[in-house]
Design a protein around this ligand. Structure first.
Ligand code: TRP
Length: 374
């Protein structure tokens, strides 16, 4: 048995991503695909070069279709239950890049029923309130308003429900149990939910009136839903959705302690609304260090960037490959101290967040440009 767990509702342990790829029956993104991608996009996003987006299903089909001049859509989502943290926005940053490079429409689902169904302590009014808060963070990422539709499940049910029923009819209880680990005490809303998450993958074909591909950028835990979507797609006459999958941003305590950043552990997650001072305090206090216990020892033996959370985070947020490499080498040889490494990360994040918060403020006037309702 592997000593990690990855499901759409739980991520724990030190994840072996190669094993996970086998477990989930998805594919690693290989050189061949990267080459094809680069040919079409002109350059590779550093998330691809650094294997932060590292796995996929049917990405080759999307690239083939695009090469032939066929239109495809992007689709991603966010289940609101609280404020947005840095882990959430990794797939969104990449989705924006894909939209820009391929000039394609994006469907952004906000399943405001999901966390209501799966958690004990949230009302539908609360999830809706978070939905509208989270939409500000989504818009702040910079999606093209002309090409992006954002919708809440409870406000777009007229369109979604019919197709959700078509999906639901083709997923048995035993399949849902085997896929999600459900048992007889799960509520029937939880069983139904995956049908709602499936539907936007079919909307491209429904909107265009002809078979149209859909590419879903998301964290790897979500592929489980889309495995079911792919199973029913054939039966319903829709193209199977493709996914492009990323690993998780670890929490401040590192991947051993927390498989991914989690909103329920507030000290070790950084939220988009955290002030510069809070960001600094959290990193100084909690960021797991790969450094040596004393400065003398650190200078002599050097640190271990591979387990150091500040360094790991910089691989997600420092775009410049050369800068990153220098930080890696300086840390490994003991030239750079843990406190200095943390300071680099703090400055990087705070400058990113400052800009994000400005755009988030402006987003308040833009909601209507993005929102789709019944
Ligand atoms: N289930 C996702 C979450 O917990 C929300 C979601 C809905 C989603 N549709 C999606 C995520 C499509 C990625 C892609 O946040």
């Amino acid at each position: 048995m592997a000593n990690f767990i990855v499901t759409p509702w739980e991520v724990k342990g030190n994840i072996d991503y190669n094993k996970l790829v086998n477990q989930f029956g998805v594919k690693l993104i290989d050189q061949n695909i990267l080459k094809k991608m680069e040919k079409q996009t002109g350059e590779l996003h550093y998330f691809l070069k650094r294997k932060i987006f590292f796995a996929h299903m049917y990405l080759d089909k999307i690239l083939e279709a695009h090469e032939k001049g066929e239109k495809f859509y992007l689709y991603t989502g966010r289940a609101p239950s609280g404020p947005v943290h840095l882990g959430h926005i990794i797939p969104w940053i990449f989705t924006k890049w894909l939209q820009e490079k391929f000039k394609v429409p994006l469907l952004f689902q906000i399943p405001d029923e999901e966390k209501f169904l799966f958690k004990d302590n949230l009302s539908l009014d609360e999830t809706k309130k978070w939905a509208y808060e989270n939409i500000l963070d989504i818009i702040a990422i910079g999606f093209d308003p002309k090409k992006t539709r954002i919708f809440l499940d409870t406000e777009y049910a007229n369109v979604l429900y019919k197709y959700a029923c078509m999906v639901a009819k083709r997923i048995t209880v035993s399949t849902a149990k085997a896929t999600f680990g459900f048992n007889d005490s799960n509520n029937i809303g939880e069983y139904f939910y995956t049908s709602m998450q499936s539907v936007p993958a079919f909307l491209p074909t429904i909107f265009e009136g002809k078979p149209t591909y859909c590419l879903i950028p998301c964290a790897i835990d979500q592929d489980v839903h889309f495995r079911l979507t792919r199973d029913v797609a054939d039966k319903l006459g829709f193209p199977k959705p493709a996914t492009i999958l990323c690993r998780f941003l670890p929490g401040l305590q590192g991947m051993q302690e927390e498989g991914k950043m989690s909103s329920s552990i507030q000290q070790t997650a950084i939220f988009t609304t955290d002030s510069p001072k809070v960001v600094k305090e959290k990193i100084m206090k909690y960021a797991f260090s790969g450094g040596q216990p004393t400065i003398e020892e650190h200078r002599k033996k050097g640190g271990n960037p591979d387990i150091d959370v500040s360094y790991q985070w910089l691989t997600f947020f420092e775009e410049d490959d050369k800068k990153l490499e220098k930080i890696y080498n300086d840390y490994k040889t003991g030239k750079l101290l843990t406190g200095e490494l943390k300071q680099i990360l703090i400055e990087k994040l705070n400058s990113f967040l400052e800009k994000h918060r400005e755009k988030r403020e402006k987003a308040k006037d833009l909601i209507d440009k993005f929102l789709e309702k019944d």
